[in-house]
Design a protein around this ligand. Structure first.
Ligand code: PEP
Ligand code: MG
Length: 296
């Protein structure tokens, strides 16, 4: 019987030659987190927090976010929960907030750029994540990073939040250090620099492919051109993995490529040992991993 989407597979994903691969899940709702953990995910490698911002009529407050993140952390029960800060702009718009019209929004105010341009909204989210991290195995992650300065600015705001919480006597995780999504050509080129600064890497192959190959990921005419097997994508992943190994930081792949059974062997041979995948592909990808021999 083929592994189906409703199957659960609680056994570890180990290759034929005995290498264990961590299988995290991508989640865009609390139901996704529940589904992922019950189907055998080792944790959540990408919590797309946009869902929290999409459901109301205004930006969610700190306590509202804290309660939702805490709910997710409780479901994860000590397993990793990677919370990505708000990644709106371009294809992801909020119903109650009109962004300024941009000629080319995919190249415009999105991801971390939006957060840095709206420090109050960003700090509300950071405070909620810091508070959750006092109770769960939380990782914090910034999307669409293109420069060290951008990462440092985001970290400065994080440190400001820590100072505020400390002064207010509210529990939080002092040691929380953010990781980054690697999804822009600049982040690939600066991978060595980022590996000495960021806590971990998560490779977002959806945007990485789009920006690397200059093809719109949502344009139906470029479906074939948005090629995750393009040599430039493959070489980029190899470079990111080697930078992460050189400086001893964690790396995983969370773009759709990680959920594609045709890419599993390639990613493992490129040195990837952690995948973050859609909930329904957990059994399929685990099955695929068990067929692989990496060190042949
Ligand atoms: C990616 O870009 O690969 C990714 C995982 O982020 P998103 O699809 O949410 O942009
Ligand atoms: Mg992305």
């Amino acid at each position: 019987m083929e592994a189906g989407e409703n199957e659960m597979d609680l056994s570890p994903a180990v290759t034929k030659d005995g290498i264990e691969i961590a299988i995290y899940a991508n989640a865009g709702s609390i139901a996704d987190v529940e589904k992922a953990i019950s189907r055998g995910a080792d944790g959540i490698g990408l919590l797309r927090t946009e869902f929290i911002f999409m459901q109301g009529k205004k930006f969610p407050g700190e306590d509202e976010q804290y309660n939702l993140y805490l709910q997710c952390a409780k479901i994860c029960h000590g397993k990793i929960l990677t919370i990505r800060t708000l990644d709106i702009g371009a294809d992801k718009q909020l119903p109650y907030y009109t962004m300024k019209a941009e000629e080319n929004p995919v190249m415009g105010l999105r991801g971390i750029r939006f957060s840095l341009s709206s420090p109050d909204i960003f700090k509300t989210q950071l405070r909620a994540v810091l508070r959750t991290a006092a109770y769960g195995n939380i990782r914090l992650m910034f999307p669409m990073i293109t420069s060290i300065e951008e990462y440092d600015l985001a970290c400065t705001l994080l440190e400001e939040c820590k100072t505020e919480l400390r002064n207010e006597g509210i529990s939080f995780d002092e040691s929380l250090r953010p990781g980054i999504m690697i999804e822009t050509p600049a982040a690939i080129i600066l991978a060595d620099d980022f590996a000495q600064t960021a806590a971990f890497f998560s490779i977002g192959t959806n945007d990485l492919t789009q920006y690397l190959l200059a093809v719109d990921r949502n344009n139906p005419y470029s479906t074939n051109a948005c090629d995750i097997f393009h040599p430039a994508v493959v070489k980029s992943i190899s470079k990111i993995v080697s930078s992460s190994k050189k400086y001893g930081i964690d790396v995983s792949v969370c773009g759709e490529m990680a959920s594609d059974i045709n890419a599993t062997g390639l990613l493992l041979r490129l040195g990837v040992r952690k995948l973050s995948i859609t909930c329904h592909s957990i059994p399929l990808i685990k099955k695929q991993i068990r067929k692989q021999i990496i060190n042949s």
